[in-house]
Design a protein around this ligand. Structure first.
Ligand code: FES
Length: 114
């Protein structure tokens, strides 16, 4: 299969998957180049890019992330705290920062549309 950069007919979506405690997996038709524009890694459709900094084959992952115990942060949407018990309405309201300048508890009558 041949590949032509910029050819709309051959264009496929590129995906980048951030692996937990590991590399970035890039799938799709992309050109990976260095700062001078020199192609790196040939024309692979799938490549693993190091994000731990320990690879001997940077920018590619060589599996060194495992030996150094590289750990990624959880995604931002993952709660930082897991509650053993649900919060009461008052506790939940106390955690919410008001943006309207009101001191009324969140969910109070003034928060509800008429
Ligand atoms: S992410 Fe695998 S060696 Fe760095």
């Amino acid at each position: 299969m041949s590949r032509t950069s910029g050819d709309a007919a051959s264009a496929r979506p590129v995906t980048v998957t951030a692996c937990v405690n590991g590399p970035l997996i890039v799938r799709g038709d992309i050109d990976l180049v260095d700062e001078q524009g020199t192609p790196l890694g040939g024309q692979r459709r799938t490549m693993a890019l190091c994000r731990c900094g320990a690879s001997a084959t940077r920018p590619f992952c060589d599996g060194s992330h495992k030996s150094i115990g590289f750990r990624t942060e959880p995604p931002a949407r993952t709660p930082a705290v897991t509650l053993a018990e649900p919060l009461s309405a008052a506790e939940a309201a106390a955690l919410v920062e008001r943006t309207d300048g009101s001191d009324a508890p969140v969910g109070a009558r003034s928060d509800r549309p008429d």
